[in-house]
Ligand binder design. Structure first.
Ligand code: ZN
Ligand code: ZN
Length: 327
């Protein structure tokens, strides 16, 4: 197999030939058809997340087909198309796992961070954490659903049912969440980098009722806002934009420091919360809904060996929607 491997954080991924791996008990081997590039991959590569397994193959928005199975795998078949998400393994016995919060497991494994991921021609996964994807939709188009879609969905649920929803940072996740929120008949207010007219136009094409710079005040107070951009300065701005009793959800795994702000921005029962990882139930719920909603992802394809260029383009905001690597 071939893979793009991170050996030292802060350096480029290296094209590497590796021996084919065999799935152990309870594991599947998946021939990768497409793997999305997530901002979290950028955080791993840049060394912004603690204690990655090194060397590591990044990538946790994997779509592919099972080509080998270890002993004891049930409910899946050779040749079946599956999706492999960020949550790679949980312990099953800690208080969080037992309490239906496996996203907060005390001893988890994460694809492309503490376990090899999908910037490769093949990957090994714990079969219990793979999602059957069926045959509807293209591999490349489905890939962004595996994290941008799933974390976006969890964030949207966390934001509550209010009708005026703000999205700060209109990248891969927001472009999916906007479609879900419109399907739910909500109003979407998209906030981009100030002056980013192209992304604002992209948001309007996807049904946003309003799009503007993150420094702008929306025309109506928001019931909730989700912050997808890894920019702590957005927290007080979003709190300022939500109504009394409104909620601000931080959806990212990493964010620059949040500047101090006057307490009155939080007062009147505004809430500031974060979303971490996903549960398998999030995946089941969202992947069941996605075909009904008719989500159309906008993707930019890169050959696997150009993963470094895809990461650089993501960092620089050179495309709208999501980047997807194709082996
Ligand atoms: Zn656990
Ligand atoms: Zn991700």
């Amino acid at each position: 197999m071939h893979a793009m491997v991170l050996k030292v954080p802060g350096t480029a991924l290296e094209w590497t030939d590796l021996a084919d791996r065999q799935p152990g008990p309870g594991e599947i081997r998946v021939k990768v058809a497409a793997c999305g590039v997530c901002r979290t991959d950028l955080h791993v590569v840049d060394g912004e997340l603690p204690d990655p397994q090194l060397p590591i193959i990044p990538g946790h928005e994997i779509v592919g087909r099972i080509d080998a199975m270890g002993a004891g795998v049930g409910g899946l078949q050779i040749g079946e198309r599956v999706g492999i998400p960020w949550l790679a393994h949980t312990c099953g016995v800690c208080p969080y796992c037992v309490g239906h919060q496996e996203n907060l497991c005390d001893s988890p494994a994460f694809t492309g961070y503490t376990r090899d991921g999908g910037f490769a021609t093949a990957t090994i996964a714990d079969a219990r954490f793979a999602f059957p994807l069926g045959e509807v939709g293209g591999d490349v188009e489905l890939a962004p659903l595996l994290c941008a879609g799933l974390i976006g969905w969890r964030s949207l649920v966390s934001a509550g049912g209010g009708s005026n929803l703000g999205l700060y940072g209109f990248g891969a996740a927001a472009h999916i969440v906007a479609q879900v929120a419109k399907w739910q008949e909500r109003s979407v207010f998209a906030f981009t980098r100030p002056g980013d007219a192209a992304t604002q136009a992209f948001a309007r094409r996807l049904g946003a009722n309003w799009a503007g710079g993150s420094d702008e005040t929306p025309p109506f107070p928001l019931d909730a806002a989700i912050i997808f951009a890894a920019v702590g300065d957005l927290v007080p701005l979003a709190l300022r934009a939500v109504r009394k009793g409104g909620r601000v959800v931080c959806a990212g795994i990493h964010m620059s420091d949040i500047p101090s702000f006057p307490y009155r921005l939080l007062w009147e029962e505004r809430q500031l919360v974060s979303v971490a990882n996903l549960t398998r139930q999030d995946g089941i719920d969202f992947l069941r809904l996605a075909p009904q909603i008719g989500i159309v992802t906008q993707t930019t394809r890169y050959p696997l060996e150009q993963a470094n260029r895809a990461l650089a383009d993501l960092r620089a905001g050179r495309f709208d929607g999501a980047a997807v690597l194709v082996p």
